[in-house]
Design a protein around this ligand. Structure first.
Ligand SMILES: NC(=O)c1ccc[n+]([C@@H]2O[C@H](COP(=O)([O-])OP(=O)(O)OC[C@H]3O[C@@H](n4cnc5c(N)ncnc54)[C@H](O)[C@@H]3O)[C@@H](O)[C@H]2O)c1
Length: 353
């Protein structure tokens, strides 16, 4: 099968390229390295593209922009894709306010361009869209919380497994990023509900793994590990550093895509994250990194929290697990931190200074 992966040099896209290629699919990657334009040299994904080109059999790269409607339609006219995995995005909450048109054009309009091309050229192909828990805006912050020594957690036991898809997506503060992702999320659902296409929105919590070109504005755990391991100072923004995120490894994200592609449904939304099995506050991440790396983290505290930032977010994946019972989490936050620390250590040996 030929699969199109957008955002193919990024964290999730590149994992999807490797994963599905290993299973025998021919992969078309689409990425214009806009992450470097958004975040500067640290966000540059050229290193990852180089790895894919060198290592992945049957991989073809297309340096296209998803905003370019004619080029996207042309690509879909030249290939008959059996599945589309859409991960290209402006992914930062905070950056969106400085680049509102780019944010909306990439996240919302780019998604529409891909959906419409798919409808015209491969309407039967499952269409996987990487959405975000920011579609809920800051509504999850309305949940009552308890303050524990190193973390916030839900006060209400019925929320123990986290936030599910019944959380409302409007009447909350999203950041412009969250709003552009809501637009994309709803239109992906609509191509499922209105046109009957096999579309799914995966509303991710923190997606992570060693292949992230992590920067301060996006890729929290990757950025934290790199900052700590390079002896730099990490800044905590608000909530006493006790804000909780669930963490899911990019491999487990891609395994969820696979489950959907093998047994697709129309117009679904799923929360996707580490859930109760894999979550931690920033302070707890510090402890894990310090234990794995054997060094203290240098950090400072800025009491201004990020606009619309979640205080405690844990994804409830009961719906996805009910639809796809064979899927399970293979890595927890401790494993992920360990893997990232070891990678940083081996890189610093390979590249002194
Ligand atoms: N990483 C997370 O914690 C997280 C959490 C929730 C949701 N998500 C979502 O998952 C998806 C993938 O995230 P990621 O962490 O892999 O991001 P990433 O930034 O690592 O990858 C996105 C890729 O898209 C490319 N891209 C950006 N604009 C483009 C354009 N106009 N045309 C072509 N390519 C373009 C970038 O160059 C980059 O390589 C995004 O939709 C993001 O919103 C990520």
């Amino acid at each position: 099968m030929e699969i199109l992966v957008t955002g193919s040099s990024g964290l999730i896209g590149s994992e999807a390229v490797e994963y599905f290629a290993r299973r025998g699919s021919r992969i078309h990657g689409l990425d214009n390295n806009m992450r470097a334009d958004f975040f500067g040299p640290q966000g540059d994904t050229t290193w990852r593209l180089k790895q894919l080109v060198e290592k992945v059999k049957g991989f073809t790269h297309h340096a296209l922009d998803i905003r370019d409607r004619a080029a996207i339609l042309d690509l879909f006219s030249r290939h008959r894709f059996g599945a589309v995995i859409h991960c290209a995005a402006q992914p930062s909450h905070d950056l969106a306010k400085d680049r509102p048109f780019d944010d909306f054009d990439v996240n919302a309009v780019g998604t529409l361009n891909l959906l419409e091309a798919a409808r015209q050229r491969c309407p039967d192909a499952p269409f996987v869209f990487m959405s975000t828990n920011k579609v809920y805006g800051d509504a999850p912050n309305e949940m009552a919380l308890v303050e524990l020594p190193k973390r916030w957690d839900y006060a209400d036991q019925t929320l123990h497994e986290g936030i599910d898809e019944t959380m409302r997506i409007d009447r909350s503060k999203h950041s412009l990023f969250g709003a552009s992702k809501v637009a994309a999320d709803v239109i992906v659902q609509e191509y499922g509900r209105y046109f009957g296409m096999a579309t799914a929105c995966f509303r991710g919590g923190c997606l992570t793994g060693p292949n992230h070109s992590g920067v301060e504005l996006h890729g929290f755990l990757s950025f934290l590990v790199k900052t700590a391991m390079r002896g730099k100072t990490f800044t905590i923004f608000g909530y006493k550093g006790k804000q909780v995120r669930d963490q899911i490894h990019s491999v487990d994200v891609v395994r969820a895509f696979e489950a959907f592609i093998e047994a697709p449904r129309a117009g679904e939304v799923y929360n996707l994250g580490g859930g109760r099995e894999s979550n931690a506050s920033i302070l707890e991440c510090f402890d894990m990194i310090e234990a794995a790396a054997g060094r203290k983290i240098d950090w400072r505290y800025d009491e201004r929290n990020r606009e619309g930032d979640h205080i405690c977010y844990i994804s409830n994946m009961a719906k996805f697990r009910a639809h796809y019972p064979k899927w399970s989490l293979t890595r927890r936050v401790g494993d992920i931190v360990e893997e990232m620390v070891r990678l940083e250590q081996s890189n610093s040996v390979a590249v002194p200074g």
